[in-house]
Design a protein. Structure first.
Length: 202
């Protein structure tokens, strides 16, 4: 039952992200809609976007093609951006997903670098965790990320076909397989699930 509730929450998060993106394109002024069209300059995104809203109403866009994060206010006005192509702290290699937690921290699933990066709302680097691999706390192309109402972070890892749960400091808490496995196919003390979830989060 606990796993079912977790997966239901992740599915709802994905639906909400689509609804928010549709609202941004269809209801906000044209000038804002243009900021999330193909491009690469300030205020444009070249691939995506994956978006999230923080507790203060600011909007963050993970721009995979330009390897950066962009921040807007609720009216769509550009505020700031950070990141560049690379593997150092604060750099990205194809950031595919972004989320914020109840405390206003921002988390980015950096798929090409197989890690999660954490920032404050101004874009200052706080911490990161993960490396290429299939063990607990490792990733093989993290596809999507979200936070739950208690501040826990959940990551869908495309290469290992599982969801991993962490606290806000990056400590591994639990993991679930989300691709169907043969009988007896659960691994390493992880619970198995017959659900197939391609992505999650805002």
């Amino acid at each position: 039952m606990r796993l079912y509730k977790q997966l239901s929450f992740l599915l709802l998060s994905s639906i909400l992200s689509i609804a928010i993106f549709s609202s941004l394109n269809g209801m906000l002024p044209r000038s804002y809609a243009q900021t999330i069209s193909p491009g690469g300059e300030i205020g444009d995104t070249s691939v995506g976007p994956s978006i999230t809203l923080d507790r203060y109403g600011s909007i963050y866009v993970a721009d995979s093609g330009s390897h950066k994060i962009q921040k807007f206010n609720g009216a769509g006005s550009f505020i700031s951006s950070w990141g560049s192509n690379g593997t150092a702290n604060g750099q990205f290699t194809g950031p595919l997903s972004i989320t914020s937690d109840i405390f206003g921290s921002i988390y980015v699933a950096d798929s090409g670098s197989h890690k999660i990066q954490k920032f404050n709302g101004a874009g200052s680097f706080i911490s990161s965790w993960g490396s290429n691999g299939t063990a607990n706390g490792q990733f093989t192309g993290p596809l999507s990320i979200t936070s739950d109402p208690t501040g826990k972070i959940l990551v869908a890892d495309s290469g290992s076909h599982k969801i991993q749960q962490f606290n806000g400091a990056g400590k591994f808490l639990a993991g679930w397989v989300y691709m169907s496995k043969p009988p007896g196919g659960s691994r390493g003390g992880e619970s198995s699930s017959q659900s197939s979830i391609p992505g999650l989060g805002l």
